[in-house]
Design a protein around this ligand. Sequence first.
Ligand code: HEC
Length: 148
Amino acid sequence: MRMPVNPRLFLIVIVSIGLAFPSAVFAHIGHKVEHNHPFPTKKFSVRNGKVVYAKFCASCHGNEGKGDGPAAASLNPRPSDFLHLKYMSMRSRVDHYDAIANGRPNTSMSPWKNTLSDKEIWDVIAYIEHLFNHRWDVSSKVTEELSH
Ligand code: HEC
């Protein structure tokens, strides 16, 4: 099969753009990771993620994920807005996992790894993604990773 673009030239162009605009390239890589990184299980529960979210996260991050829960106003920094397109496209599932499991130092985002199981963390990540793009049917008990 013929490559439509000379791969070496493509690489040179990408590297030069990277040198000129590092943040743009990192954002792009983050975006790719978010969409390509598979969940560790092919099946997870967005429905359970919703339950976890309502119980532990909505007070700060808001019911819709806008970062505007009842506790948010008094916090500095403010809880992340999961509907923010630019922000979300820069975060991968692995970033989210890390933030949820280990918390964010010097913020009110505390580590959840002693409260939530690994599976619950992935479920709640799926629900955060769902808030962002309404990708999954929350009413079904088990969701399967879609191929895209
Ligand atoms: C007490 C308030 C509070 C609660 C409860 C809370 N968070 Fe957060 N969360 C924050 C704040 C504040 C930040 C922003 C930290 C920062 O700016 O670095 C944050 C950041 C995050 C981030 C993104 C970090 C990043 O910048 O990539 C994720 C993902 C997240 N929270 C998920 C959750 C989940 C899931 C729960 C429930 C299990 C939860 N949070 C509960 C306050 C909270």
